[in-house]
Structures are given as C-alpha cells and as structure tokens.
Design a binder for this molecule. Structure first.
Ligand SMILES: O=P(O)(O)OC[C@H]1O[C@H](O)[C@H](O)[C@@H](O)[C@@H]1O
Length: 597
C-alpha cells in the first residue's frame, strides 16, 4: 500500500484533467495492466464539454461492461489481486472497504492527484474553522462534536462538553423516573414524539431504526411532515400514552413551517386531552430562535442547543440525534467514539489508507464527476434500512448544486436511492443487473450475517460496486459509517469544485412557500370583501387574480382555492373542477381572514 498520496503519485507524471471537465476515459485513458477494464489505446476524441460528456460516458460504459465481463472470466487472479491491493481495513472499528469492483485505472488515480491535494487542504481548513458556508457566514464544525479538542475557540469546547453532559443526565433522569410527566398513571415517560423535518428527523430516524433495543426505555415516533392525516395517526397511536409522552421538537432554525405546524397540532391534542404540554415539551434549537423563545416563555421542560456551525444534515451527533438516542437506551458516547475514530482515519492524505477519499474517488470515477450514474445503497441488514434515506439528504443536499465555486453553471449532484439488500434482490436487482446501466451500487454488509452473491452477479455484467463491511451494527459502527460518508461527501465536493455546506435551492423553495402563503392571504382578503357585499358577489378566477394584482399567478390561485375548498366548508367554489374558468368562488361567511392568518 502506498504510504502517502504524494508517494503514490510521485513515480508517474501528473495528467491533469482539462479545465472544462472531460470524461475520465478521455482525460485519463484506461490502460491498467493489472485490472479488468483494459483500454490500451488513447482515445482520439477532442476534449468534451460538460454538456456532451454524459452521452459519450454512456457509450464508454457499455464498452467497459463488455470488457470487464470478458476479463473477469479470463483472469480471476487479476481480480483477486486487485481486491487485495485496494482492500482497506480499519481494525479498531472492524470496518472494511472494498473498491476493487470499481474500474478506476492507475492513470485515473494519478490524474486525481491535484484534486485530492486541494480537497485535503480544504478539509483541513474546514476543521480549523474556516467559513465553509459563506452564504450563511458560518463555520462547519460537525467534526468537533466528537473531538472537542479540535474547536477553533475554547468556549466551544465547554459548550460541546456541557451539552453532552446535560443530555446524559437529563435522559438518565427521564429513564429512571426522576423527571416525571405531571399526570400519567405510568408515573414515568414511556414514549417520545419527535417533531422535526429534514436533518432534524432523518438522523434520529436512522439511529432509532439501526440501534434502538427491542424494548427501549422510551419508544420513539416521528412527525416529519405536514400531512394532517399522518400527524393524527401518530397522535392516535399514542392514545392514552400521550400523558406519558415526551415531545421533542427539533429545528435548527426554529422557524421551519412544517415543524411549527406539527408542534401546533400536538399542542392542540394536549389541550384536548387536558394535558399541560409545557411539562412534557423539549426543544432542540439555536439560541433565541422562534422555537427557543416559545419554549422559554412557555416554560417547557427542557431546552438543548443547536449550533450555527452544525448543518442540519450533519447534526445527528449533536443534541438532535444524541438526545433521542440516549432516551432509547443507545450508548451515545460509543456512537461519538466510532465517529471520532473514523474522523481520525479519514484525515490521512494517503489515498489508499483513507476510506472517505477512496469512496469519493470511486464516486468520481463511476459518475464521471458529473453525477452521470446514480448511487444505489443496498444495506444487507433490516436495521440499516433507513441508511439510504439518510444518505439521500446528506449526499443530494450537499452535492446537488447549480454553480461551482467559481460561479460556473454545473448542475452537479449524485442521486442516491436504495432500500435493503435481499429485499431489493426480489424487486429491482433485475434491472440493475441487466437493464439500463445508469448506477453503481454500494453494498453495506454486516459480517455477522450470510455472504451474498449479488456483488458478483452485478460485476459479471460490468456493473460497478463498492462494499462497506462492518462486523456488527453497534453504536460505534453506526457512528463510524455516518462519519465516513460525511467526510466522503466533503472530499467529493472539493473534487468537483462545489460547496457542500449550503443549500440555496432549499432556501429558494422556502421563499416560494412563503410567497404562496402571502398570496393565499391576499386571495382571502379579496374574497372576504366580495362576500361581505349584499348580495354576495361570487368571483371568477380571473377576477380574483386581477383584484390580487397577480394575473400571472392565476394557476397558483386556482390551486390555493381548490385546496381551501377541499379543507374548509367556509369557502364555496361552484362550477366544474375540470374547467377552472367556469368556477365562481365566495365565502360562506364574511370576515373570516383570521382563520388563515
Ligand atoms: O432544522 P430546521 O431548521 O427545522 O431545518 C430542517 C431542514 O430544512 C431544510 O430543508 C434544510 O435544507 C435542511 O437541511 C434542514 O435539515
């Protein structure tokens, strides 16, 4: 194994990819004598621009598939040697990474040298506290959560350690019954209802599914959407146990509308059951956010901090993930320890010894550095079912970006999907093996289980795959695989020159949602005015749009009205849904604007 990245590259002259990124096989001809994707002649195509690279990449992949299949049949020894040569092992974690079934060549590895140098440097600066999210002017410090000695300011160390201590003592007191719900016959908390969305739900959900014991001290349920039926379902399932339910409201910003709606619905359920919500409510949010202020003013049972330097999608090792986990009896210090070991292992600049760098390199190779193939995650363990959903946010929100760091339009990304190993074998592996070749697979394998043949079956048809193997699903290994992918995403983002730590697209979506709410208010005010006339004046959609001074928004106005009439008896829409121009709308009562405030 190479001892350092520069050592690995030093014997061969660097083949740098051109500025406009070209398909790997064109910038780095595949001609690896020791492996199975042999391309001995240098392609003669001119360099491709981003827009044309994808179709050529597909043609090349077909060629690769055929070549790989032939080579595999011809030379299994070469494959075994490649396996041995690239196998990564982290002994303390019992974690292995096998990238041998991804067909990168030696030339490609060399070609990536300068990109990796820059990626490792950017990561080092991030860990030292650089402003890695310039949009929000914030540092990115999720790595400090598991090694507080890395913080750039001593006050943060105290904050991290004190928060961890208070999470542990609060959850001990809840579990032991020292802190009790005020009016539950059970005499102690038995259930958790977690209200949050995105990064404020996915981490806790994944950890619960992966690690909660069969009979946890508190069982957890989630409200992670605004669907009223879904919220009602969760509350109904709690039934009389609402009286012994600890409600944890999680929102970094403290103002996410979906989470706020969930909270209001839960508070309503508490009022209807004659329960005092404040005595059972816990907030996890940034200091002085709307949620924090609400919790403080209403005197909720507890408040735990979120930090501006931890992004939602990497917040699972902050109070966001740790508090729910501790309440379910999961050893959170072990989770942190696993992540810390992986963080240390992924700091090395020696490519072959850095599993996150190996992953990032494989993603680059497999998807041409432009997301031309999807990443299918196949965990062979029921308890890891939610890993792909968790990774979807981590990877896609981090990498799915319109612009690169130089302001060029790149529309980057890497699509992630997956469910669970054997189950998928009987659902969609048929297509993966034989159908459209638009993916690479990642097997998450647990050693204390049976071996599977899917990897070979896919490989025999030229489908690339990565295998991450852990010995057991434990707090330590779960902490480690989370940390592994966090670092891989950060490194990959540098390789493709994008910022992994902001989410301008989501902010645009939030702005659009706020605009719809503002339009809804204007629609109601116009309808209210017309409906308070005597006689009532029903309005067509065109008339409403004109009076709202928003003729260009007529379709949105129609949708707003369709939703309101389906949900509220007060709004009456007459005419045929099939022909919106025939619809006339009025309010059954006037002066109802407050209903929608
Ligand atoms: O935790 P919150 O502030 O409520 O945000 C919840 C989610 O909101 C948006 O969708 C962001 O893009 C996510 O990264 C975040 O996790």
């Amino acid at each position: 194994m190479a001892s350092s990245l520069s050592g690995l590259f030093s014997s061969t002259p660097s083949l740098k990819p051109s500025k406009t990124f070209t398909v790997k096989a064109l910038s780095a001809p595949r001609g690896d004598s020791s492996f199975s994707f042999p391309h001995t002649s240098k392609p003669t195509h001119p360099p491709l621009t981003l827009s044309t690279s994808r179709s050529v990449a597909r043609d090349i992949s077909h060629t690769d598939a055929a070549a790989a299949k032939k080579e595999l049949i011809k030379d299994p020894d070469a494959l075994w040697n490649r396996y041995l040569d690239w196998l990564y092992q982290q002994k303390d974690l019992g974690l292995y990474l096998d990238v041998s079934r991804v067909g990168f060549t030696d030339e490609f590895v060399v070609d990536m040298e300068h990109r990796f140098k820059a990626a490792f440097k950017a990561m080092e600066e991030l860990e030292k506290g650089s402003i890695a999210n310039p949009d929000e002017g914030r540092m990115v410090g999720h790595y400090w959560l598991r090694n507080s000695s890395l913080v750039p300011k001593p006050t943060l160390k105290t904050l991290i350690e004190n928060t961890l201590d208070s999470i542990c003592s609060f959850s001990d007191d809840i579990i032991s019954g020292k802190i009790k719900p005020p009016s539950s016959p059970a005499g102690r908390f038995t259930q958790i209802l977690s209200v949050g969305i995105g990064g404020s739900a996915l981490g806790p959900q994944f950890v619960a599914e992966a690690l909660a014991p069969d009979n946890p001290p508190l069982k957890i349920r989630f409200i992670d959407n605004t669907d009223p039926a879904g919220i009602d379902h969760q509350i109904a399932q709690l039934g009389p146990e609402l009286a012994s339910t600890l409600v944890i409201v999680i929102s970094k910003s403290g103002g996410t509308p979906e989470t706020r709606n969930g909270l209001l619905e839960v508070q309503k359920a508490f009022r209807e059951a004659g329960l005092n919500f404040a005595k059972q409510g816990v907030a996890i949010t940034q200091e002085n956010s709307l949620l924090d202020n609400t919790a403080r003013i209403e005197g909720w049972l507890a408040r735990f901090p979120m930090y501006d330097w931890v992004g939602g999608r990497t917040s699972v090792m902050s109070a966001v993930g740790l508090l729910p986990a501790a309440l379910q009896g999961i050893d959170i210090r072990e989770m942190l320890a696993g992540a810390a070991i992986m963080d240390e292992a992924t700091r090395t600049t020696s490519l072959k010894n850095n599993p996150a760098a190996l992953l990032a390199m494989c993603w680059y190779w497999a998807s041409d550095g432009v997301g031309s193939k999807d990443m299918v995650i196949l965990p062979y363990k029921d308890s890891l079912l939610l890993f792909s959903r968790y990774l979807q946010q981590l990877v896609m929100e981090s990498l799915g970006k319109e612009f690169d760091l130089d302001g060029n339009t790149v529309n980057q990304g890497l699509t992630v999907y997956g469910n669970k190993g054997s189950t998928d074998q009987h659902a969609y592996i048929q297509q993966l093996r034989e159908g459209v070749h638009n993916f690479f697979a990642t097997f998450i394998e647990v050693l204390r289980d049976r071996p599977r043949g899917t990897r070979s079956a896919l490989y025999a048809n030229g489908r690339e795959s990565i295998s991450v193997t852990i010995e057991e699903v434990t707090p330590r290994s779960v902490g480690a695989i989370i940390a592994l992918y966090e670092r891989a995403v950060g490194l990959y983002a540098s390789l493709v020159n994008i910022n992994a730590y902001h989410q301008p697209g989501v902010e645009a979506g939030k702005k659009a949602a706020a605009e719809v709410l503002a339009l809804q208010k204007r629609v109601l005010s116009v309808l209210n005015e017309a409906s308070c006339k005597d006689p009532v004046e029903p309005l067509t959609l065109d008339e409403i749009a004109d009076r709202c001074h928003a003729p260009e928004e007529i379709e949105m106005i129609y949708k707003i009205i369709a939703h309101m009439s389906a949900n509220d008896r007060v709004l009456i829409a007459e005419g045929s849904c099939g022909s919106p121009r025939s619809v006339k709308v009025y309010l059954g009562e006037c002066n109802v604007d407050d209903m929608y405030a």
